[in-house]
Write a protein that binds this ligand. Sequence first.
Ligand code: KE4
Length: 431
Amino acid sequence: MSSPVSDSLFARARQLIPGGVNSPVRAFRSVGGAPFFVKSARGAMLTTADNRELIDFVCTWGPAIHGHNHPKIKAAIAAALEHGTSFGTPNPYEVEMAELIVRFVPSIQKVRMCNSGTEATMSAIRLARGFTRRDKIIKFSGCYHGHSDSLLIKAGSGALTHGNPDSAGVPAAFANETVVLPFNDRDALTAAFAANPGQIACVIIEAYCGNVGFIMPDAGYLQFLREITAKHGTVLIFDEVMTGFRIAKGGVQEREKIVPDLTCLGKVIGGGLPVGAFGGRTEIMDMLAPLGPVYQAGTLSGNPLAMAAGIAALRLLEDDGSGMDPYVRLDILGRQLRDAVLAACRTKGIAVQVPQCGSMFSIFFTATPVRDYATALTGDAKLFGRFFHSCLEGGVYLAPSAYEAGFLSTAHDGVAIERACEILSGAIARL
Ligand code: KE4
């Protein structure tokens, strides 16, 4: 795919921006080749700087659940813009956003807005440490919770993609406070609590993993996790930055009927603008400044434009005017894509796993059922790279890494999903 305009932009970018990108996974390092630049997006489509139209299954890494540049979200931002971009004071949008989040996610009794998923998880961990007066935390191999020091240990997403799941620059003293366990392993959890009695401040988990590819928990695993954390007075944090409002209106916790102590949010609630949030039980949340001793702050937290966009996005999840529950529609689209890939791989004789739930999916080229970091690594990343580029040539943009989740939006309905399934099947036939 010749992209002279993107190539010249990338050459300029590499002079001034490390790797030419403002976030590593965009650099195509694990799939090879040079990234394309996008100049506009609408619905299920991206338009590149070289005027190529691509069907987008990254959806800006999750936020675009209604497709790009949805007219109602655009109108909400424009209306808010009339009154200014940022006040640095409380504003009415923040109250409406908090009321929506609390209504959608009943485990959240109080919520604090911030500006990214990283801030949300970093703050939730500090809050759990302040609340329990304990230092150690538990995370899971391959789970990615943003790039704060305590969490860049055996991390997924771009860290895993670039083979540095343990980032340089994180002091050993920090890393020593983070216990990393295999996902879906009850014995490992039991052993970790036995080895660290009364020391574990929190467990943070992507209850449905989206940063090592898409991996769902074994039946009963989340219930076991809820019980063992409650037994040890450990705060259970669900990182739903990616799954919140996407897997269900109330996220994974609604679908799995688990009540975490804290929840981290982001992506969808910003309608495409920078946002994060964390919330949960009042007795924990009230430890936050200005009420309590745990400090957390942000110049642009609760920014009126981001709040207006997020409010519009959440309201569309309640009623997008289609007459159909958006989550039913998203699951139909997700199954359509999954079934097309499975059928094409069966015909070609290629082993593949296509875990999918609603609008989240991933494609692992392996015969091994994928249930954790180790089995995710059995996927043929080189074959994925070839598949990725063949899809791109055909007009479909998948996440540029074997260790990311794919996303659908309600805008993928109809022509887009039909065309995409043809392109994906054709790419598999050519492998
Ligand atoms: P941000 O700081 O990127 O807003 O959110 C961090 C984060 C936290 N928790 C989960 C479960 C996440 O998936 C993320 C960010 N997701 C990645 C995609 N795998 C963002 C894409 C990128 O890093 O460029």
